[in-house]
Design a protein around this ligand. Structure first.
Ligand code: 13P
Length: 262
């Protein structure tokens, strides 16, 4: 499959950390001050790569206070489809905005797997995030079983269908992330070519809808050691980083990874 517009239209790089359910006040304070320090030490990085962290809800205030005067933005790992009301345990987009969130991950495979989130619900969450003024980061990805059955692109297409149905204007305010489930937390990374094949298919779909500029991140065992080669792929616009985002220096080296492309 050919890649639509990738050579001509450079999209800015974005690297987001997903802390998942890790951290505590003391460890976060250390990590946040290290992030601050590496940001200060590389004053030009933020011009080359936008950086953010998506953290557990209870720590949003801590993260907001610590990163307010840094180039690092922050967000949450989920958002409710509801604006407010009797929805025990849910957190709305407007609540996230109250804490200065820029991002809301939606449809992470761990939420699809352990919380039964459907493709339709994920699209509704993306819409709720947009309505609140957040940038949804919509995650898609196939399981090993899907890949081995040759169903990778069909699964991605199915997962994305209700999101793509939201139309170009909404898509233009989103970020997508391709995270093969078999590569998450396993140390197995998709090869740059495997990732590019999926990113390219996503780009073709986005281009067909008039939204070729949407950033598409890759996630799944991204480390400083493999980031540069992933970033040389024409349709990989950055990374969604789990484990390695808990180590400030490693996270920074991913964001700063030099690619050979011009
Ligand atoms: P790892 O980088 O730990 O594989 O996690 C990827 C991920 O799920 C990010 O959302």
């Amino acid at each position: 499959m050919t890649s639509a517009n990738s050579a001509t239209a450079a999209r800015p790089r974005l690297v987001l950390g997903n802390w998942k359910m890790h951290g505590n006040l003391a460890d976060n304070a250390r990590l946040l001050s290290q992030l601050h320090a590496v940001a200060a030490a590389d004053g030009t990085l933020s011009a080359r790569c936008a950086i953010g962290v998506c953290v557990p809800f209870p720590y949003l205030a801590q993260v907001a206070a610590a990163l307010a005067d840094s180039p690092v933005s922050w967000g949450a790992q989920d958002v409710s489809v509801h604006e407010q009301g009797a929805y025990t345990g849910e957190v709305s987009g407007t609540m996230l905005r109250d804490f200065g969130c820029r991002w809301a991950l939606v449809g992470h495979s761990e939420r699809r797997m352990y919380h039964g989130e459907s493709d339709q619900l994920v699209a509704e969450k993306a819409q709720a995030a947009l309505k609140a003024g957040l940038t949804p980061v919509v995650c898609v990805g196939e399981t090993l079983q899907d890949r081995e059955a040759g169903n990778t692109l069909a699964v991605i297409e199915r997962q994305l269908a209700p999101v793509l149905a939201l139309g170009a204007e909404s898509l233009g305010k989103m970020v997508l992330a391709y995270e093969p489930v078999w590569a998450i937390g396993t140390g197995l990374t998709a090869t740059p070519e495997q990732a590019q094949e999926v990113h390219s298919a996503i780009r073709v779909a986005l281009s067909g809808l008039g939204a070729p500029q949407v950033q598409v991140l890759y996630g799944g065992s991204v480390k400083a050691a493999n980031a540069a080669t992933l970033f040389t792929m024409p349709d990989i616009d950055g990374a969604l980083v789990g484990g390695a985002s808990l180590v400030a220096e490693e996270f920074w080296r991913i964001a700063a990874a030099e690619t050979a492309t011009v």
